[in-house]
Ligand binder design. Structure first.
Ligand code: HEM
Length: 397
């Protein structure tokens, strides 16, 4: 099995969701053998009933268990271990500190997209670790995160295309190895070791709890999505010189309110949601939108489809950097769910928003971007990010 084959299958799933979005036929939408739900009202109902529509990550759980992929009391206990740290890290008083981290990393970057991407990962990891009063060893942690991405991509592929036994064993083996290597790195730092002990202490009632699995999956969930969002904003700025100029003027003007910058960030997350779809397992027989759902059945919630629903958005398939629904704040909250909504919404939503805003400020102050074309090329692992080798040109301002 080739890497390119995995990429083709996973990217193909996301392409299918884009192709289906906006279609208003009575024919049931499907991707693979999963029913697709993409009406904002139906998706809202699903995500607000987590006991009935449950998280299920059969293959991905090879990496371990965390608040991301557990349910019920187990999830609630895990949530409590990290949630206060994310809320404290996202307080408005943290704004300048977050901006400073991004500004400093970007100042040391060369004027290439690869350099900027590395700086963004370093900054986002620094902020994630700081939420727990830790300091990462950047180079080795980025290398571990790259391995987590690759193994998650493989595991994700195997939830769609059944692996042979040896493929399965090798993916699970690599997942265990990367967690073990992360564990070794955290154990070597006394403060990180103490924090892992604190996690374990708070999780006394959770069977088989591993603080490292909890930490690694949280770190990946936070950093990968945040960096993907910033990279997409860069991609979109590069595609439109006029829009970029307007955002630069707004940021250079240092006004307290930055409506165009906020709008392009929102439109980027609408059009290119970092988590383009979610899978849920039906916990008990039920029906939704006239469709019968059986216990144990997996369903797919298309965030792409929700974000492009024609009854909720004008001209939904167009990227509009000054979209009226955002500028005038008239959009239906159910139709814009980049962080999801309901009890299982993103635990780091406030921190992610703060980071993206400050990172975009730092990026725009230091660089300008250009693109030879305006073709969107993406790469889906667990998050949707711009494909490597995209055609964005970079210059220092
Ligand atoms: C722009 C950035 C981000 C986006 C778009 C995003 C998006 C999401 C989405 C859609 C989910 C729900 C996944 C599902 O139900 O399967 C989620 C969950 C989660 N995210 Fe984020 N996220 C971002 C940043 C962050 C950050 C910065 C952190 C932590 C520092 C974080 C931590 C989490 C955690 C812990 C969960 C699991 C929540 C739970 O069920 O308890 N995310 N995120």
């Amino acid at each position: 099995m080739q890497q390119s084959q995995i990429e083709d299958v996973l990217n193909g799933l996301v392409y299918a969701l884009y192709a289906q979005s906006g279609e208003q036929s009575d024919v049931e939408k499907r991707v693979g053998n999963l029913q697709v739900f993409d009406h904002p009202e139906a998706v809202d109902r699903i995500v607000k009933a987590p006991a009935l529509f449950r998280k299920n990550f059969s293959m991905i759980s090879a990496l371990g268990y965390s608040r991301f992929n557990t349910n019920d009391e187990d999830w609630a206990a895990r949530r409590d271990i990290t949630q206060d740290a994310y809320l404290a890290a996202a307080k408005p008083a943290q704004q300048n500190a977050v901006l400073d981290v991004y500004t400093a990393r970007l100042s040391q970057s060369d004027a290439t997209l690869a350099g900027i991407q590395k700086a963004l990962f370093a900054a986002s990891l620094t902020i994630f670790y700081r939420a727990f009063n830790l300091v990462p060893d950047i180079a080795s942690t980025i290398a571990l995160i790259d391995r987590v991405r690759e193994v998650l991509r493989r595991l994700q592929y195997f939830s769609w295309v059944a692996p042979t036994t040896s493929e399965r064993d090798s993916a699970i083996g690599e997942a265990r190895q990367v967690v073990a290597d992360f564990a070794r790195q955290l154990a070597a730092d006394p403060r990180a070791a103490a924090e892992m002990a604190r996690f374990a202490d708070r999780a006394k009632d959770i069977d088989g709890f591993s603080p490292v699995e909890e930490f690694v999956m949280n770190a990946f969930a936070g950093v990968e999505t945040t960096v993907a969002t910033i990279l997409w904003v860069i991609d979109r700025l590069g595609a439109n010189a006029k829009v970029q100029q307007r955002v630069q003027d707004e940021i250079d003007g240092n006004a307290a309110e930055t409506p165009f910058t906020d709008c392009i960030v929102n439109e980027t997350m609408r059009y290119l949601p970092p988590i383009p779809f979610l899978v849920r397992e039906v916990g008990a027989e039920t029906s939704l939108e006239g469709r019968r759902l059986g216990r144990g059945q997996l369903i797919l919630l298309s965030v792409v489809g929700v974000h492009q629903h024609p009854a909720f958005w004008s001209d939904p398939r167009t990227f509009d950097a000054s979209r009226r629904e955002f500028i005038e704040d008239t959009y239906d909250r159910r139709a814009f769910i980049p962080f999801l909504t309901g009890p299982r919404m993103c635990g780091g939503a406030r921190l992610g928003r703060l980071e993206v805003k400050e990172a975009v400020r730092a990026v725009v102050r230091q660089f300008t971007f250009s693109r030879a074309d305006d073709v969107i090329r993406f790469d889906y692992a667990l998050a949707l990010r711009p494909a490597a080798g995209s055609s964005v040109g970079v210059a220092r301002r």
